[in-house]
Design a protein around this ligand. Structure first.
Ligand SMILES: O=c1[nH]cnc2c(O)c(F)c(-c3ccc(F)cc3)cc12
Ligand SMILES: [Mg+2]
Length: 214
């Protein structure tokens, strides 16, 4: 039976990247998406913005919503301080299976805890299951309709502290207008938009960075 796009992406990583070299894994995926098949990785332009925010925050506790094939997981994990782990959540088991192999190929499996399921189910379990009090950094890249309910869930579950940074992908395309309206008008957040483009295209998109003010 025909392979899936994530499986073909994994093959491209295994063929073109160097095992244990995260930069080469990132480059191999970007090359595949620019020259073979578009895929919904955050990409190199928005990925560089992600890198700069992660480096600035230097987080001890990290959550990613939406693993997909692990591209942004690798981008984030490669920048974390020794001993720091990130939790990444994926709803689609086929995506999670490919991500596990791509993260392992990059040699970053010890810095990543993969969880399969829905954010609505996972978020209320995090404190208990992972002994986390609050997150320093959260990357929202799962489903635009879950951005707003999930940020409210973070607040309700006490997972944010003064200074927690949330970075959301795709706030323009496909777009998360209700989320933007909330973080930009709530007195509890300081929000800033980073303009960029939809991965591997000229279409406008960008990242919204929102700092929880407590
Ligand atoms: O569902 C998504 N989850 C997370 N990230 C996405 C993304 O970065 C996209 F570009 C897109 C996307 C898909 C098809 C398009 F035509 C445009 C954007 C979707 C997602
Ligand atoms: Mg995205």
């Amino acid at each position: 039976t025909r392979s899936t796009r994530p499986q073909r992406m994994l093959k491209a990583v295994q063929k073109n990247a160097t095992k244990g070299n995260p930069e080469s894994v990132i480059s191999a995926i970007d090359y595949f998406c620019k020259n073979s098949e578009w895929a919904m990785n955050v990409g190199d332009e928005k990925g560089s913005i992600l890198d700069s925010v992660v480096t600035e925050v230097n987080p001890s506790t990290v959550l990613e919503l939406g693993t997909y094939c692990g591209y942004s997981t690798v981008r984030i994990a490669r920048l974390l301080s020794p001993g720091t782990k990130l939790i990444t959540l994926e709803f689609n088991p086929a995506y999670a299976t490919v991500a596990r192999q791509i993260i392992a190929y990059a040699g970053l499996q010890d810095k990543v805890t993969q969880v399969e399921g829905s954010s609505a189910d996972l978020i209320p379990q995090i404190k208990e299951r992972f002994s986390i009090t609050t997150f320093d950094f959260i990357f929202l890249d799962h489903w635009k309709d879950r951005y707003l309910p999930d940020i409210k869930l973070f607040e309700e579950c006490g997972l944010l502290r003064k200074g927690s940074v949330l970075l959301a992908d795709n706030v323009i395309c496909p777009g998360a207008p209700e989320y933007l309206e909330y973080v930009r008008n709530s007195p509890r957040y300081e929000s800033r938009y980073y303009p960029a483009h939809l991965e591997y295209t000229k279409v406008e998109d960008g990242l919204e960075k929102s700092v929880f003010l407590g």
